[in-house]
Write a protein that binds this ligand. Structure first.
Ligand code: FES
Length: 97
């Protein structure tokens, strides 16, 4: 087997931390492989959500990729230098007046 047929790894940033992934791998697969699930919170009820359909339909895998929010991580492919941000931070509490 030629070394040219081996998958190539690339460097990414996940929530500000350096990481590695296979070039061309889906972003959601790279995140789950890195032990990162869930990827976002439901904006209505705050439930943690993660990849479900794996084909761009359910929107449960949305993250911010290279500054673009609402990116479906299951249909995006990892590229070298990609900046990936998940959205699992706690929801802001309602202001009490
Ligand atoms: S997992 Fe359903 S849209 Fe990505």
């Amino acid at each position: 087997m030629s070394t040219n047929s081996l998958p190539r790894t690339v460097t990414v940033t996940i929530d500000g931390a350096p990481g590695r992934a296979w070039a061309g791998q889906s972003v959601s697969a790279a995140l789950v492989a890195a032990g990162i699930w869930p990827l976002r919170r439901n904006p209505v009820n705050g439930q943690l959500r993660g990849p479900f359909c794996g084909m761009g339909v359910c929107l449960e895998c949305e993250v911010t990729i290279n500054g673009r929010p609402g990116s479906r991580s299951c249909t995006a492919h990892v590229t070298d230098g990609m900046d990936i941000r998940t959205h699992t931070e706690p929801l802001p509490t309602a202001a009490h007046g």
